[in-house]
Design a protein around this ligand. Structure first.
Ligand SMILES: Cc1cc2nc3c(=O)[nH]c(=O)nc-3n(C[C@H](O)[C@H](O)[C@H](O)COP(=O)(O)OP(=O)(O)OC[C@H]3O[C@@H](n4cnc5c(N)ncnc54)[C@H](O)[C@@H]3O)c2cc1C
Length: 464
């Protein structure tokens, strides 16, 4: 394993500031069974401990409305009825539809490689094809949601799931309404020691399996001979191998590591997902009204996404996400304090750009938190660090700091992600958030599962 950083995990890493610990990137874990499956397969005996969240998110609106989303469709429907006069059955039906989307398309579009014809010649595909007219392929997420719900606030809550893969709900297909099922059907989780425990667990498991990690190794080139990989060059040294699996952003691979003739112009010109601007704040107070996941919504969601994806600027009244792991992991902050991960969606950079909106954005974030939580947050910040799209690109090489590879802002996006292999270069495979099936921890793990199956199939075919 060649890793350019001095630590494993990429976006899934952690930082400490004084007595505070913070997960640096991802904060929400879904589908932990994929990690359990790996643990069992590897024979590694240390358990990966995590718990299912009872409360998923606290939502705050500027007019003082607060919605507490519990972990079941029924509880959410009741809360939306009580606070927003939403029809309970409409909410429950929406989550049933989310489950239907998941059960219809997951096996087809998510759990397997899209590029292999044989994967389409089976019952799962037939089932998906028969249900095609029910998948609302020509509608957007917002169009589907706004037709259903009486309250704009309910629509905003469900539209927000587009941001789980860095997309725009006003453009993304209604099929993205599959995402709420991950939380309300399959469950939202937190590892016992916070998200970084995922990296620690996978790293230790890999060591247990005999993987050698080479840190501070910058892979510069993937060598190709006679249409097959023959190795890679890292820090100027050639390592020979007939098999290379790359987890680098696919842009970087084609731009810097492979000969120009392989560059897939169409696939790489797809719109990229949004990025994030994160403040890590040690706060010298506790806020009982906040939970692990908290959202302070903007008043005009449509304008916010227009800014992010058309104007390519952070919105003037940004939606703010506050994650506080010390609510559950007490060691993450001193007693009487909290570790706030405060994140705002921002556009990805043009590759290599620096950020010119930092001071202004911080003022707006502070003012909004003060308004909604009726506090003076500036006076409570005792530690601070920042992560911006430029840092994300520097630290992980993802294009412009985008979090999830391509955005899903059009109905063909599932087909326009790069496959997990290159059919012109034997022995070369791709995993991670910039390729099929997409960004986010579960999909990255699935990409690895797809690739290990492809490699296994290839081995079998060689021996037949
Ligand atoms: C702020 C933030 C919040 C997020 N929130 C969530 C969330 O709540 N839930 C969720 O599921 N997902 C979330 N994500 C997305 C999630 O982190 C990513 O989709 C996922 O971690 C990507 O994993 P990856 O392995 O594809 O890429 P990375 O984690 O970027 O790993 C790529 C690795 O490759 C290394 N590398 C790159 N190029 C080279 C080279 N040439 N030589 C050697 N090494 C190289 C990098 O240093 C890096 O370690 C979030 C991301 C961020 C940044």
């Amino acid at each position: 394993m060649f890793e350019k950083n001095t630590y494993p995990g990429g976006k899934l890493s952690e930082i400490t500031l004084g007595k505070f610990r913070f997960d640096k990137g991802p904060s929400l874990l879904t589908m932990p069974e994929l990690i359990d499956e790996l643990t069992v397969l590897s024979g590694y005996k240390t358990n990966f401990n995590y718990s299912k969240l009872k409360t998923i998110t606290h939502y705050f609106f500027e007019d003082g409305t607060k919605i507490v989303a519990q972990d079941s469709a029924e509880a959410l429907a009741k809360e939306l009825k009580n606070k927003l006069n939403e029809d309970e059955q409409v909410v429950i039906n929406h989550l049933k539809k989310s489950k239907f989307y998941y059960s219809t398309v997951a096996d087809l579009f998510i759990n397997q490689s899209l590029g292999k014809i044989k994967n389409f010649l089976n019952l799962k595909t037939l089932k998906a094809l028969l249900n095609l007219n029910k998948l609302n392929l020509f509608s957007t997420m917002h169009a589907e949601n706004s037709k259903l719900f009486k309250s704009k606030k309910t629509t905003q809550i469900f539209n927000r799931y587009a941001t789980y893969n860095g997309s725009n709900p006003y453009k993304a297909p209604a099929l993205l309404n599959i995402i709420p099922h991950l939380e309300f059907g399959l469950g939202a989780y937190l590892p016992e020691k916070g998200m970084h425990q995922i990296t620690e667990h996978l790293y230790n498991m890999a060591l247990f399996c005999g993987v050698t990690f080479k840190f501070n190794e910058h892979v510069e080139k993937i060598e190709v001979e006679n249409k097959k990989v023959s190795g890679l060059i890292s820090n100027g040294v050639l390592y020979k191998s007939a098999l290379v699996v790359s987890d680098s952003d696919i842009h970087l691979v084609y731009k810097k590591m492979l000969p120009k003739k392989y560059y897939p112009t169409k696939l790489l010109s797809q719109e990229k997902s949004s990025s994030a601007y994160v403040f890590y704040w040690g706060i010298k107070k506790t806020f009982p009204e906040l939970d692990l996941h908290n959202i302070l919504f903007s008043e005009n969601y449509k304008a916010e996404f227009n800014y992010l994806f058309e104007e390519k600027r952070p919105y003037v009244d940004p939606t703010i996400y506050i994650n506080i792991t010390s609510k559950f992991c007490q060691a993450d902050a001193p007693i009487g304090c909290e570790n706030w991960f405060v994140m705002v969606n921002v556009p990805h950079n043009k590759s290599g750009d620096s950020i010119d909106y930092a001071v202004d954005l911080r003022k707006k974030v502070v003012a909004k938190i003060n308004r909604i939580l009726k506090t003076d947050i500036e006076a409570l910040i005792i530690e601070e660090a920042i992560l911006d799209p430029f840092d994300i690109e520097q630290q992980t090489s993802s294009f412009g700091g985008s979090l999830y590879g391509n955005a899903s802002n059009n109905k063909f996006s599932a087909f326009l992600r790069h496959a997990n292999y290159n059919n012109k270069i034997g022995g070369l495979y791709f995993v991670g958030g910039s390729v099929h099936p997409g960004g986010g921890i579960p999909l990255c793990l699935l990409s690895a599962k797809i690739v290990s199956n492809l490699i296994e199939e290839k081995k079998q075919s060689v021996f037949i």
